[in-house]
Design a protein around this ligand. Sequence first.
Ligand SMILES: Nc1ncnc2c1ncn2[C@@H]1O[C@H](COP(=O)(O)OP(=O)(O)OP(=O)(O)O)[C@@H](O)[C@H]1O
Length: 587
Amino acid sequence: MKTCPLGTIDKNIAGPKYRVLGPIGQGQFGRVFCGIHRQTGKIVALKQLDNSRLTTPRFLHELNLLASLQHPNIVAFHTLEYSKSGRYLVMDYCEGGTLRQLIDTPGQLNLKQSLQLVIDVVEGLAHAHQRGIVHCDLKPENVLLTLTATGWMAHLSDFGVARLLAEPDSETRRGDTGSPAYMAPERFYSSYSPASDFYAAGVLLYELVLGHRPFSGTPGDLMTAHLNQFLEIPDTIPTVVSDIIRQATQKLPQKRFDSAQSMLKLLRLAAAAEERPTPISPPSELPVLHTTALAATVLALATDADQLYCGLDSQVTCQSITPAGFDEPTQYPITQGRVMQMWSSPQGLFIRTQRATAHALCWRPKASENEAAQDSSVHTLGTWQSESLKMTVESGGEWLGVATESSRLGGQCQILRLPTLQPRCSVAGSPTHWLTLDDRRGIMAIPEAQGVCLRLFNRRGNTFDYCRLPRPIHQLIQSQTHPYQVLALAAEASFWITLNPLRIKQIALPLSPTFGVATPWGYLLANQTGGVALINESGDLLRHLNLPVGNQDVVSEIASHQSQLIAATWSGQHGALYSFDLQPFIQ
Ligand SMILES: Nc1ncnc2c1ncn2[C@@H]1O[C@H](COP(=O)(O)OP(=O)(O)OP(=O)(O)O)[C@@H](O)[C@H]1O
């Protein structure tokens, strides 16, 4: 067992060509891993095929079917790998997880997006049916998701139960039945046809639109319901959508859609007619805990266990946060230019400043126990000349990342040890954003024609392209509790990303955030007009809130302190520092 870059598992488990990054799931026939092709850097799914649980005929059956199917809406099968630990199917990796996970996160899909996912599914079915293959086990667990510029794209997976239309009867009775909650009536009698898949697609559409399945109970209850009960569809659902569900779920197969194309035609009509935005519940107003007047705009905010630091033009103020509000501030003049960014860390406060093309990093070391906080002074650690410079300080305060742009050399990123600035490694590239994840690895966002590529780099300066996001991002935030979890803020939606193994969630937000900070319970996002969104550690939207700031006020920075949100506002002449209690909203 060796330590692999993103966790502690045997990275050679799937043979020499692939390095395993982490386990992603457990199927009936073995574990599924996220892996990377060592030579090309392509991320793949490695599906282990446990010899004891998967008989050779069953295995050859799935393999044959998979190899004959190549379509954008079917998870692509690449090859079969043999290693000491067994056989592995190598498949395209779907970073969005399963449709089941998306359905179980409320508020992520509107009707148009749900229809688009069912269109994807039926496109995949159309391809399989053309090749004489009936899936026979369509359900949200067997639909995997990838990210595209327009949202989620669905891919059919798991053809383990699939049948060939021309299969003789004896071969079809292998005991693989499918999932009763989505099974067409004839499937309970071992009969099947493409219409059986349309039935399951109708149940899937019902579940996506209404948030629950039409029938529940034991397998026996489900069989009785599918054979005898009609689906009840509320009047609130647009007629064109309820007509599709009704026709797809007719009890007699011959009364359902006669082909995938005829179902697709109606689904596309319904999606084109559906332009309603997702309803957004009105935000709750946050009660103010404390407020203090400010004479200048706050350009940067940071907090530690009991202090609040405000970067105000060419000075930093430091004040205690007490139950009664903010104490009188102590001022530290900064001689290197304007304060642009601050990081609070166990080593003290780091301050990035800028004057024209001159950039500097200043440091106010943490006061030792017998030294009064105001005794510690601010030192300049280093200066850089560059048109543009991006800096990042690792949360432990041990590593500094500096990305500079040179017309001759292109982009160059350096990792330096803090506070000595002793070089650790350098990485080529011009990231728009980057983070040092720990003392061994970091992540950078490299702009591409459409969106960004997230590139990992290690302490030796090696890089590999890890995943792509379909939209440009304007901030990358590292989680406080999981170093390999990040939130990427983008217009319209943000992305919650875990890196070991790779998993991406697109979070539909009620606001376009300008500011974001990590907290012990998740992430705190805000825009300039006082809209706030709370995201939990799993990447789910907890609450949409509003700061009761004046009409003329613009939020210029935010910070978090325990369960408080601290916000600085500026109206052009006056400013204020507010604190708000988030406790009731994060439980
Ligand atoms: N290509 C893939 N990309 C990303 N994740 C995948 C991929 N294939 C499988 N997974 C993940 O692994 C889990 C298990 O997949 P698998 O297909 O083995 O199990 P299953 O759906 O229970 O199927 P089976 O009935 O064959 O056991 C899935 O739920 C999914 O989370």
